[in-house]
Design a protein around this ligand. Structure first.
Ligand code: NOJ
Length: 877
């Protein structure tokens, strides 16, 4: 093994039972119960051949080679991050972010962020974005792309990283994840679904040392976990995702990276995940504990305090297997999962060498930056251009996401001949350069992305003012957020006011915001609300354009008579300009829809999601999901609180009708899905502890300072082997070494019981562009209303599927098809630990329309009929 190629480094729920087959819920206790042992992979048909090959390869590795591939090489240790096993032909893997492209490198595309892609409500664009990111990742030699992110789900409107995902709804997140993973993995790149789970706010997410700053505990009851937060993970696993990343925070009391219930129980057993599970960076807090809990890869390999050449795994995992603490079959399973994912994505056949370095922009640089000042130098950046024509899909997404909230007097679209007065620093790229702040940790100029690890370096930023000036002649730009002195406006003059709201990851504080929007709250930054009000006081035609990470409270100005039009342009990435002018000047109609609700006041949401944990000293803070299923529109609808703009809202320049709907039963459901398949072909791993010599560092091997190695000294290795004979590890309560073969009943295939995805009902609806002047694309959103009195408390309506039409000319029609699965009509039953259809063929209603508060067609599951209606399901007080 030893010749470790210059590697790189960048860089815890519910319950289970002590018996193997029965689980009980611990909703009220918020305690993650033990779930052991870590289930082996290889029993899912789609992965059989990859596992067979992986097992063969892993069987040929020495002990130290196996432990070597289960961790990174140390923080800042070069241009890849993971250790190789060269002797047997298993390469180092390059793992890299971001949520919207390839992070910290050159010649790549800055795609619109996840929230923007979600706002398109367009499955095809979500897929195309994934495919383009996958191609760029592959071209740079990234074996494992660290996305998509679906956790946070968007529970807390002020949560820092919601924009990396697709919107505050499990189905929107699930579809976003599925389409992205398909696109990424079709390019042979392993996608990573993250962060498992409950990372709904940034502050106090991470344990930094044992006592001073413990991570908060996301306390989530079993039903809420299944119906909201785990839902997108299930979809990702069903799609065949090759990797998963745990979260920094605790879940129901236990740190995610050593949470056996979460990893062994939910992810690997119930959801049948076959890939490998990695820690989030520097979040591992126990060595043996995390191994037993099902963790497969420690990233970047260091413990909480990095850069001392220490690791909780590597040489320590070697020691722990030699002395019998971590069973050999667990190590064999870890290594096999990693190698199996590599085979599954075809990376054994050919994969580009990594050709960039996140630590420097220079061609030549230190091969191991963390070994400073003694690192050898070499070529680390080859500047490979991978953008191809991806600007096109990036622009299309940025454009199709633009969400028009309001358009009084049909001010939009505007003619390019009108005198335009543009206000706000958000209209123009940061004059210091769009990448002036590392990981975009500032909000200066056009806001194309949030901040943190989910960001990409711009090659260019097509800013709005540049694009406006290209189309219009009479443009006056005031690059200021303070309303300037302006000439007396005429009636023809139009003011366009740019405002922003930013957030990101907790390692940066930006203008007092610690990742989450704790300082700015849901108000526009830089006194944007005052800027809008001042413009509205002067001009009679005001258009507001907001680049924002999430919901804003608009009340200070939304009803002012001159604020006629409002566009939410989300986070458009590099294509902020032309995508916007296409909408402003009317070459296309806006077709984006809100991937979250906009409320009149922050407090219209429950305190448990409004309040951020803002103290973490000594006691682990508790983030208790007391609102249960009722987040975003689910809460507002239950409480009859009228939002300012509802989830799914988005206007067009034209109008659409939804008519001639049909519903057809495709599969006869039963209360429970048919019994799951038993696991077949579970691999049989050896438990034999190898000779300690397999752990000893070869005599002539020259080590690099701080680099992480998996060897022990001869005396340490010998002592560990001796210890195995004399003492026994004190295994956690509930520990068992016997693989479960049938539990849990909700499992059985990737994502859970395969029958959950049986298509139960097919619906169709004819969408017609009823306008005269503009083409446009319509969104069809399908929300399910469970039968009254069905025995389970269910939200008034829940999004279950959506489709977007092609661009329809005036008068043109399209028949749109919607499909509902068994799972879509089920609730998670905590007693049986299974998905239940509470009323088979019951009085479910399926509502179709263009927004959660604009549902004009209803289909009845019991009668298999549909009708148009003016009375929607949601009634506000
Ligand atoms: C921490 C972030 O939480 C995670 O999303 C990211 O992938 C890693 N850092 C690596 O940068």
């Amino acid at each position: 093994m030893g010749v470790a190629k210059l590697a790189l480094a960048l860089l815890h729920v519910v319950a289970v039972a002590s018996t193997p087959t029965v689980r009980r819920a611990t909703a009220s206790e918020y305690k993650a119960l033990p779930y052991y042992p870590a289930p082996f992979g290889g029993w899912v048909d789609e992965w059989t051949s990859s596992y067979a090959k992986a097992k063969k390869l892993v069987d040929s590795m020495t002990l130290a080679e196996k432990t070597n591939i289960t961790a990174g090489t140390g923080l800042f240790m070069g241009y890849v991050q993971h250790n190789a096993s060269d002797r047997v032909g298993f390469p180092q893997l390059c793992l890299n972010d971001a949520a919207n492209g390839v992070r910290q490198t050159d010649n790549v595309t800055v795609f619109p962020d996840g929230i923007t892609a979600g706002a398109t409500f367009d499955k095809n664009l979500l897929y195309q974005r994934g495919a383009a990111i996958g191609k760029e990742a592959r071209g740079k030699g990234v074996n494992v792309w660290l996305g998509p992110s679906v956790g946070p789900l968007g529970r807390k409107p002020k949560g820092g990283r919601n924009w990396e995902g697709f919107g505050a709804d499990p189905v929107l997140q699930a579809v976003g994840a599925r389409q992205t993973i398909k696109g990424i993995q079709e390019q042979g790149v392993i996608a990573t679904i993250k962060h498992l789970i409950g990372n709904e706010q940034e502050m106090y997410r991470r344990q930094t040392t044992d006592v001073v700053s413990p991570a908060y505990s996301a306390n989530i009851d079993d039903r809420t976990l299944h119906e909201l937060y785990l839902w997108p993970f299930a979809e990702a696993v069903r799609t065949g995702v090759g990797a998963a990343m745990t979260a920094y925070n605790r879940v129901n009391g236990t740190t995610s990276s050593e949470n056996s219930y979460l990893i062994n129980g939910l992810l690997k057993d119930e959801l049948g995940f076959q890939g490998f599970v990695m820690t989030d960076w520097l979040s591992q807090i126990t060595g043996v504990g995390s191994a037993l809990a099902g963790m497969d890869m420690s990233m970047p390999g260091d413990p909480l305090i990095p850069l001392f050449g220490n690791s909780l795994w590597m040489h320590e995992l070697t020691r722990a297997t030699l002395n019998g603490s971590v069973p050999m079959d667990r190590l064999n399973d870890m290594a096999t999962r990693i190698v199996a994912s590599w085979y599954q994505l075809g990376q054994d056949r050919s994969f580009p060498e990594v050709n960039f370095d996140t630590n420097t922009k220079n061609a030549v640089g230190p091969l191991y930056p963390a070994a400073w000042p003694n690192s050898p130098q070499g070529t680390v950046n080859k500047f490979v251009a991978v953008q191809a024509d991806h600007d096109k899909v990036a622009r299309q997404i940025a454009q199709d996401a633009i969400t028009m909230l309001k358009n009084k007097d049909e001010l939009l679209p505007i003619s390019a001949d009108r005198p335009l007065y543009v206000f706000g620093t958000g209209a123009q790229a940061n004059s210091d350069g769009p990448n002036a702040c590392a990981d975009r940790n500032c909000n200066k100029g056009t806001l194309g992305q949030g901040w943190g690890s989910g960001t990409v370096d711009y090659m260019y930023l097509d800013d709005p003012i540049g694009a406006i000036k290209e189309e219009a002649e009479k443009v006056t730009f005031y690059n200021t957020d303070k309303f300037p002195s302006v000439p007396k406006p005429t009636e023809d003059d139009v003011a366009i006011v740019f405002i922003t709201s930013d957030s990101g990851e907790n390692q940066y504080t930006v203008e007092g915001n610690h990742g989450d929007r704790d300082a700015s709250r849901l108000n526009a930054w830089h006194n944007g609300d005052a800027l809008v009000k001042a413009a509205a006081a002067k001009y009679t035609n005001v258009i507001v354009v907001a680049h924002t990470v999430g919901p804003l409270v608009l009340e200070e100005w939304i009803d002012l008579p001159s604020v006629k039009s409002v566009l939410i342009a989300h986070l458009p990435g590099q294509e902020a300009g032309k995508s916007l002018t296409n909408v402003l000047f009317g070459s296309v109609s806006p077709s984006g829809h809100l991937p979250y609700s906009i409320t009149h006041a922050e407090d219209d949401m429950p305190a448990s999601v409004v309040d951020l944990i803002d103290s973490g000293f000594i006691d682990p803070p508790q983030d208790t999901y007391s609102e249960g299923l009722y987040i975003d529109y689910r809460w507002l609808n239950k409480e009859k609180i009228r939002p300012r703009y509802a989830f799914g809202h988005g206007l067009s320049y034209t109008n659409f009708s939804y008519t001639k709907a049909t519903i057809k039963k495709v599969t006869q459901l039963d209360t429970y899905p048919p019994s799951r398949q038993d696991k077949e072909g579970v691999l049989d791993y050896s438990q034999d502890i190898p000779d300690y010599q397999e752990a000893v560092k070869p005599k002539d091997f020259k080590t690099i300072w701080r680099y992480l190695y998996s060897w022990l000294s001869e005396s340490d290795a010998k002592a560990a082997a001796e210890k195995a004979k004399t003492s026994k590890y004190n295994y956690p309560d509930g520990y068992s070494a016997t693989q479960k073969t049938v539990s849990p009943r909700a499992g059985g295939a990737q994502g859970g019981n395969a029958a959950l995805w049986d298509e139960a009902y097919h619906l169709s609806v004819v969408v017609t562009n009823t306008g005269k002047d503009f083409s446009g694309k319509a969104s069809v959103q399908a929300y399910v209303q469970f039968p009254d009195g069905n025995g389970y408390d269910t939200p008034v309506i829940q999004l279950r599927d959506f489709e977007k039409t092609a661009e329809l000319a005036p008068g043109e029609k399209e028949e749109v098809k919607i499909s509902l699965t068994r799972k879509d009509l089920s609730v998670w039953d905590v007693k049986t630990q299974d998905w239940v259809v509470p009323e088979v063929d019951g009085a479910y209603k399926v509502w179709l329309g263009g927004a959660s508060d604009d549902l004009t067609v209803v289909c009845y599951v019991d009668e298999l009929s549909c009708e148009e209606t003016t009375k929607g399901p949601v009634v506000y007080a």
